[in-house]
Write a protein that binds this ligand. Structure first.
Ligand code: NAD
Ligand code: ZN
Length: 250
């Protein structure tokens, strides 16, 4: 079967990586994601924003993929044509074995100069010393070519998505026979529009999330499960039941 998995921060929650709401603890508790994950926020207070990303990057580097990442990747081993479209900036799908992963929102484990785009190795986002427990403010390094600051290689609110990844995601959604939406709040656009694109084309959309989201009322089915339990159930279903049968989604 042609499958697309659209994932969000919730699929990595069971690897100990906080979702956006949960990442705003301690030092970062009085901010909201929209105030930290923007170019304006970075320019206004680069140490605050760079420190937040350095802390999150260290957390990702120390984490390991969970059973949900592995089960997503295993769908390809089961013989399905699989495309993973992720809003996540971690690399746990890749480390879980997925081969085709489209990153709509960039990567946390990389950085670049905000002025000229230069990169340096080893990447300063992970450079020693590691941030302290809970994170700390930290000034970003400056670029030797142009003197501007290094920024994380992610897509901030207000920035456009990488067009190659977005175009490939739309094409994969258009071609798929089942879209699985796992661990996303379905609040961040334009990614949140991909399930509606599938539904308009008559393609079933299965949502796996312990909580209801704006997508829930429109989804073909909502499994109120954590990502690990939901992906295990999905793999088992695909092995035994025809997805064109309504019992598939029960
Ligand atoms: P979000 O933080 O807005 O929502 C997370 C969703 O996951 C919620 O709907 C929640 O109910 C669900 N969830 C929590 N625990 C779960 C579990 N165990 N299994 C399944 N679902 C679970 O995240 P989002 O929708 O991905 O969008 C916000 C932005 O957050 C994205 O742009 C993304 O780049 C960024 N982000 C990424 C990471 C990461 O890469 N791991 C972490 C935090 C935020
Ligand atoms: Zn530069």
């Amino acid at each position: 079967m042609r499958l697309v998995v659209l994932s969000g921060a919730g699929i990595s929650a069971e690897s100990g990586i906080p979702t956006f709401r949960d990442a705003l603890t301690g030092l970062w508790a009085c901010f909201d994601a929209e105030r930290l994950a923007t170019e304006d926020a970075f320019r206004a207070d680069p140490a605050l924003v760079w420190g937040w990303y350095r802390w999150r990057a260290a957390m990702v580097a120390a984490a390991v993929p969970n059973a949900a990442h592995m089960d997503v990747a295993a769908l390809a081993d089961d013989g399905h044509a699989l495309t993973v479209v992720t809003q996540n900036v971690d690399d746990l799908h890749e480390r879980g074995g997925a081969r085709e992963v489209l990153h709509l929102h960039g990567r946390l484990l990389a950085s670049r100069c905000i002025g000229c785009g230069a990169r340096v190795m080893p990447d300063p986002i992970l450079a020693a010393p590691a941030p302290p427990e809970g994170g700390a403010r930290e000034m970003p390094p400056t670029c030797v070519q142009c003197g501007q600051a290094f920024r994380p290689d992610v897509v901030w609110f207000g920035e456009s998505l990488p067009s190659d990844a977005w175009d490939a995601a739309e094409a994969a959604v258009d071609a798929c026979e089942l879209l699985i939406v796992v661990g996303t709040s379905s609040l961040v656009w334009p990614a949140a529009g991909l399930p509606d694109r599938a539904l308009r084309a008559g393609t079933p959309v299965l949502e796996i999330n312990p909580h209801a989201t704006p997508l829930t009322p429109r989804a073909t089915a909502h499994w109120s499960l954590a990502a690990t339990a939901g992906m295990a159930r999905l793999r088992a279903r695909l092995q035994t039941t025809d997805a064109s049968h309504t019992a598939f989604f029960d």
